[in-house]
Design a protein around this ligand. Structure first.
Ligand code: HEC
Length: 511
């Protein structure tokens, strides 16, 4: 099952889900022999009499379950499942939240009616989307499920997916997505993009200009998707005024607003340190970000944002005009939030079963440089930084590759948030503070990298770092995740969708 997911990175979630529902049904039918009751989804949701009381004990539903499932524990919806749905799903699946068009979980009976899909996505660990594992330091707003919770949901569905509370009971979110109640500015892109139905995975960069006339600190913000059916996720960059000319040249260069971009803004400025000033990641359900009181992101006159929006044109939609709401402070006593970036190489040679001219590293590098006008290919720079040469990776010819790099933290302060970044064939990511010492802390562990769900993670604890601390990055890749129809190539660190990256960012406040 694991393998199936790995090979399907280019499947849409719906396709993945259909597959999982299928596998789940298959497993269910298999585990219940040829029982007629379990052969169709409809018959599994046992009708619950409306007089059922909320504190009904699980034994009361036991009689209604088929004899095959007697050996499985009967799970109370009200006591066990409802709290899980309310803490980990409801923020995105009730009201007009972003997941409701895919699965509406507004009432207890909606959950029961969707029991199969719910168990399938939970078992496949597609939902709730929270790629960080609990090896990481604890994070705010962690809506992930424990293994016990996942097992309970699966078990509940297997034993009938019935509800022991009033079916019309409204599901409420334990924690709703946070939205900005007030803001100083709503910024719109300079130029819009209108994609064609059927065009999947369009990554488009737009200029969002706050038109600052004095230094200000961004103290809160929220990305407001406009065409919510096609806007998939977003990577936001802070870009210095020196790159505005380059951005203007790219904007509308293919006739529509914005420009095609992937791993970065495509604007250059790629010296280590300024590379990819990624400041925010947004996915459905993310909501607003407000820095703790007294913190803000410094922006100077002329500085602007580039928002890279990932579109999926599964449906016809008018031109998108997503906006960025900003809360500013001009107060010079604000403590600036700084970004420190850490890298590891991405050197992923062709496997022994692949051949072609671009399997040669030099040829691949030259080809990449040519397609990005010399910009956006960071591979050699990062090898240098980490003290490696391509030979160190040349033995990784079984289709899997990995890399690691230790570097000084170069910063004295407190961590505000952390993020990790890879592209589509990334499989695992880890960023560790002071590895192999008694002070080791895993700042971010992502055991199953998912390009579609990238978040900024905010540690609950105050974690201090000092310049001599060591940050270790570790990434792994699986070449079988490349789309099958593209030419074999030595994949390396660059901006494109068929290139890879491995970097982490710590946002922190200096002390
Ligand atoms: C952060 C928001 C978020 C959370 C939390 C979340 N979902 Fe989702 N869910 C989505 C979005 C958005 C989609 C649509 C697919 C996509 O964009 O990836 C989706 C899709 C689904 C689907 C697939 C429907 C289909 O037919 O494709 C199911 C089922 C689902 N979610 C169930 C759950 C369950 C169960 C939980 C909790 C255990 C949960 N979700 C938590 C946002 C969320």
């Amino acid at each position: 099952m694991h393998k199936v997911v790995l090979h399907s990175s280019h499947m849409t979630l719906r396709k993945k889900l259909n597959l999982f529902v299928f596998l789940f049904l298959f497993a269910l039918i298999f585990s219940c022999g040829s029982s007629e009751e379990t052969s169709t989804p409809e018959s599994v949701n046992t009708e619950v009499p409306s007089e059922t009381s909320t504190n009904q004990i699980p034994e009361n539903t036991h009689d209604e379950t088929p004899p095959e499932s007697q050996q499985t524990e009967v799970i109370s919806f009200g006591e066990r499942i409802l709290p899980i749905i309310e803490s980990s799903c409801a923020r995105c699946h009730i009201g007009d939240a972003p997941g409701t068009t895919h699965a509406f979980l507004g009432t207890a009976s909606d959950v029961s009616a969707n029991a199969f899909a719910v168990a399938a996505v939970v078992e496949a660990e597609i939902m709730p989307p929270w790629p960080a594992s609990n090896l990481s330091v604890p994070f705010e707003h962690d809506w992930s499920l424990s293994q016990e919770d996942r097992d309970a949901v699966i078990q509940w569905t297997r034993s009938g997916g019935s509800i022991d509370i009033d079916p019309s009971t409204k599901i409420t979110a334990s924690e709703e997505a946070h939205h900005l109640v007030d803001y100083d500015q709503e910024i719109f892109p300079i130029g819009n993009y209108d994609g064609e139905k059927g065009q999947t995975d369009e990554y488009r960069c737009f200029i969002y200009d706050p038109q600052l006339t004095e230094r200000k600190y961004l103290i809160g913000y929220e990305f407001i998707p406009d065409q919510t059916e096609v806007v998939h996720h977003l990577v936001g960059y802070r870009v210095p005024k020196e790159l505005r000319e380059a951005a203007n040249l790219k904007n509308f260069s293919d006739g529509q607003g914005g420009w095609s971009c992937f791993g970065g803004t495509g604007l250059g400025g790629n010296q280590i340190g300024t590379l990819n000033q990624m400041i925010t990641l947004w996915g459905p359900g993310t909501g607003a970000v407000e820095y703790h009181h007294g913190h803000g992101l410094e922006m100077n006159p002329g500085d602007f944002f580039v928002m890279q929006i990932h579109y999926h044109f599964d449906v016809e939609a008018p031109a998108d005009n997503s906006s960025f709401r900003a809360k500013w402070s001009a107060d010079e006593s604000i403590t600036p939030v700084e970004l420190i970036q850490y890298f590891a190489p991405a050197e992923i040679p062709c496997s022994t079963s692949e051949t072609g001219p671009l399997c040669d590293r030099d040829a691949s590098l030259i080809d990449r440089l040519a397609s990005y006008d010399g910009q956006g290919v960071q591979a050699d720079m990062i090898l240098d930084l980490c003290g490696y040469s391509p030979e160190d990776f040349s033995h990784m010819t079984d289709g899997y590759a990995s890399s690691t790099c230790d570097q000084p933290a170069r910063f004295s302060g407190t961590i505000v948030s952390v993020l990790g970044h890879q592209h589509g064939i990334g499989t695992t990511f880890r960023m560790t503070l002071n590895p192999d010492t008694p002070k080791e802390r895993i700042l971010l562990d992502i055991p199953k990298w998912d390009f579609e769900w990238q978040f900024n993670y905010d540690p609950i604890e105050e974690i201090s770092i000092k310049p001599s601390d060591i940050i270790r990055l570790e990434c792994t890749w699986d070449r079988s995740l490349r789309p099958p129809d593209i030419e074999p190539r030595y994949v390396l660190w660059a901006d494109g969708s068929d290139d890879e990256m491995c970097f982490g960012i710590i946002m922190g406040t200096r002390t």
